[in-house]
Ligand binder design. Structure first.
Ligand SMILES: Nc1nc2c(ncn2[C@@H]2O[C@H](COP(=O)(O)OP(=O)(O)OP(=O)(O)O)[C@@H](O)[C@H]2O)c(=O)[nH]1
Ligand SMILES: [Mg+2]
Length: 216
């Protein structure tokens, strides 16, 4: 395996210019589930997909994605980065490990045209370095509470796309989805908010369409 770039015009990823999608958000909001729901739609469209997950000490999410996407993308296109540090360090402050993982992935699979990066679960301050991703998705979920958009924080206000996930359980956790959605729209200055239920696949096609708009 080598990380030598094959195309000097794209020193990070080598031969291609894949769409690089960063998925961040609080612990358990559904980042992995979102990737597992999105990837089959991209594959159906003929896209060549890779996935890079981040966990502090383990490859737990990479193993999960391999299990869930078995038969949809090859296991060696799913890479687990063990950051050893807090999540935002690895995707914003010093994304070297993730850049290297992407370079290796592209080196092994030059046909890859779409890479998902899942940050480790973090707090509302997580953002991705623009050196690492082309589009930054921040995932909240209804069980965190209807109040979350009002709390703002850079993940909620600065992400390119805000996802409010777990719409299916809103009614059970006393979350008024209309209010949560309205408050999210209010703090984002017109940037998109997408409501999803990853388990049933609701909202996933809309999100995939919005993501495709970021492809160069
Ligand atoms: N009801 C419901 N459960 C969901 C949904 N999306 C994810 N979950 C569940 O929520 C739990 C956490 O989902 P993950 O996808 O692991 O969340 P995550 O953000 O990747 O978690 P970390 O990587 O550990 O921060 C799992 O038990 C999922 O099955 C959803 O839309 N609805
Ligand atoms: Mg996860």
């Amino acid at each position: 395996m080598t990380t030598t770039p094959q195309n000097p015009s794209d020193p990070v990823t080598g031969t291609g210019s894949p769409l690089r999608i960063g998925i961040g958000g609080p612990v358990g909001s559904g980042k992995t589930a979102l990737i597992e729901a999105l990837v089959p739609l991209f594959v159906d469209e003929g896209r060549q997909v890779g996935v890079i997950t981040n966990d502090i000490y383990t490859q737990e999410d990479a193993l999960h994605v391999r299990r869930e996407l078995d038969g949809i993308i090859a296991a060696d296109r799913i890479v687990g980065v063990e950051t050893g540090s807090c999540p935002h360090t690895a995707v914003r402050d010093d994304p070297t490990m993730n850049l290297m993982a992407a370079a290796d992935l592209i080196d092994e699979h030059p046909e890859i045209d779409t890479i998902f990066f899942e940050s480790g679960g973090d707090n509302l301050t997580l953002t991705f370095s623009p050196a690492l991703v082309d589009v930054f998705v921040f995932v909240l979920d209804t069980a965190e509470g209807q109040k979350m958009p009002k709390k703002r924080g850079p993940g909620i206000t600065e992400s390119d796309i805000l996802v409010i996930n777990k719409t299916d359980i809103a009614q059970y956790v006393r979350c008024d989805l209309d209010i949560m959605n309205r408050d999210a729209i209010a703090v984002r200055g017109g940037k998109p908010v997408v409501l999803t239920d990853c388990l049933a696949g609701r909202g996933i096609a809309d999100l995939a369409t919005t993501l495709e708009e970021y492809r160069a």
